[in-house]
Design a protein around this ligand. Structure first.
Ligand code: S3P
Length: 181
């Protein structure tokens, strides 16, 4: 990057949010992007599990989805002041308007866009993911399509079908380095 180019580009944001459907590779890719940048990595699902002392699946079963949603929004708010963190977000978090505003104002949002066949092959029967119902392909497609329309509100979109996490991570880095210095 030349000095002149760096001068006109905005500074790199302190938080990088990876957004996308279950099975799009947010955690695998996020860990690699964080390692490349020398940043910390957080996964909102794992943070909720740490704080609640229970798996996501158990929280859904015992307390209900709305409790889980509150917990993930709280995790997001806790990340707000931090810098140099790559965040893999649970697939439903960006659907919430207030969460979306926090992410879009507090950092760069990157949609990892994986096609449904890729998602299916990665998730299989979907153990541990209460909203993935492999036995009902119509419902799955409907959820997938509905969510794509919202994920499209991310600042960046990166193709995350088929390729390895290393390749997708390289694509994420390339995409954001073209815009920030
Ligand atoms: C969810 C996705 C999951 C997890 C929870 C709900 C969703 O995270 O947050 O099961 O609503 O799409 P991943 O996207 O990491 O699978």
């Amino acid at each position: 990057m030349s000095r002149a180019a760096a001068h006109v580009l905005p500074p790199f944001p302190g938080l990088l949010f990876l957004v996308g459907f279950m099975g799009s590779g947010k955690s695998e890719v996020g860990r690699r992007v964080a390692a490349h940048l020398g940043w910390a990595f957080e996964d909102t699902d794992r943070a909720v599990e740490r704080e609640r002392g229970r798996s996501v699946e158990r929280i859904f079963r015992e307390a209900g989805e709305e409790r889980f949603r509150e917990a993930e929004r709280a995790v997001l708010r806790g990340l707000s002041g931090r810098v140099a963190v790559v965040v893999a977000t649970g697939g439903g978090l960006f659907l919430d308007r207030s969460a979306r505003i926090l992410m879009r104002q507090g950092g760069a949002t990157v949609w990892l866009d994986a096609d449904l066949d890729t998602v299916r092959s990665r998730l299989g029967s979907g153990t541990g993911r209460p909203l993935w119902n492999a036995a009902d392909p119509i419902a799955v497609r409907e959820l997938y399509e509905r969510r794509r329309a919202v994920y499209a509100l991310c600042r960046f979109r990166v193709d995350a079908s088929a390729d390895t996490p290393d390749e997708v991570a390289a694509r994420v880095l390339h995409t954001i380095r073209a815009v920030y210095h």
